[in-house]
Design a protein around this ligand. Structure first.
Ligand SMILES: Nc1ncnc2c1ncn2[C@@H]1O[C@H](COP(=O)(O)OP(=O)(O)O)[C@@H](O)[C@H]1O
Ligand SMILES: [Mg+2]
Length: 222
């Protein structure tokens, strides 16, 4: 059975999502309300998209949210509100590796916010973002569709550290052969190659005992 969220709950959850440093459009926020309720209440929820739209607009008029930097149709927490927050050097969260929860945009925007707050220069932030999108995409594409753990940190030597953990989907070897992963062609492992190029350290471990993939990556910030 799914729960119908009322206006107050929608507003409250939107504030939480914005405070976590995300940026997205209306459909992203609808996905993320579903994500938060699934994670924290283990409930599927029904949401009236018109209410979400009105609430986002009113959070913007009240000065809590503002338009995204690159896309005026997107919403993010206002710089005014951001200033009230302590700058985090560690940020840990969980997403669900299913497209309907918009996990890639969630991680991407939350990471961008984290790097911004920590004054990473744009070039570093862009490299890290491109590489991380590849990693999160893999965790959704090849993961078991359940929890993906995402941890980011900037240490005292200004090294950005990323850890992503996902469960592994049961896979069918013939599918893998079909899509050419085991042919001798060169276009394989493109995502991993991009990550290797853009991070200074990359370690992708398959933990067979746990049925998980653990990705660790580092980049020294300029
Ligand atoms: N997070 C992950 N979980 C499970 N398998 C993964 C993960 N990341 C990478 N892989 C495996 O490594 C392979 C190489 O990944 P990648 O270089 O991104 O290439 P592609 O995604 O195009 O197959 C994938 O095909 C997949 O089998
Ligand atoms: Mg890939």
């Amino acid at each position: 059975m799914s729960l119908v969220l009322d206006e107050k709950e929608i507003e409250h959850t939107l504030i939480q999502i914005l405070q976590d440093g995300t940026t997205g459009g209306l459909t992203d926020f609808i996905s993320w309300i579903m994500l938060y309720k699934k994670q924290f209440l283990n409930q599927e929820v029904q949401i009236d998209s018109n209410i979400v739209k009105l609430k986002l607009e009113s959070l913007k008029s009240s000065g809590f949210a503002e338009a995204g930097k690159f896309d005026p149709k997107e919403f993010t927490i206002s710089s005014n509100e951001l200033q009230k927050k302590k700058i985090p050097s560690i940020d840990k969260f969980k997403i669900l590796g299913i497209g309907k929860y918009s996990p890639i945009q969630y991680a991407r925007s939350r990471q961008e916010n984290f790097l911004n707050l920590n004054k990473a220069i744009e070039e570093d932030a862009t490299d890290i973002s491109i590489a991380t999108i590849e990693a999160v995409e893999n965790s959704v594409k090849y993961g078991d569709g359940k929890t993906v753990i995402f941890e980011q940190e900037i240490d005292s030597e200004r090294i950005y550290k990323l850890k992503i953990i996902n469960g592994i989907k049961e896979f069918d070897l013939s599918d893998e052969i079909e899509r050419g992963k085991y042919s001798s062609n060169i276009t394989l492992m493109r995502g991993v190659m991009i990550m290797e190029k853009l991070f200074h350290k990359l370690d992708l471990q398959i933990k067979n005992d746990l049925n998980e993939v653990h990705l660790y990556a580092e980049k020294k910030l300029s």
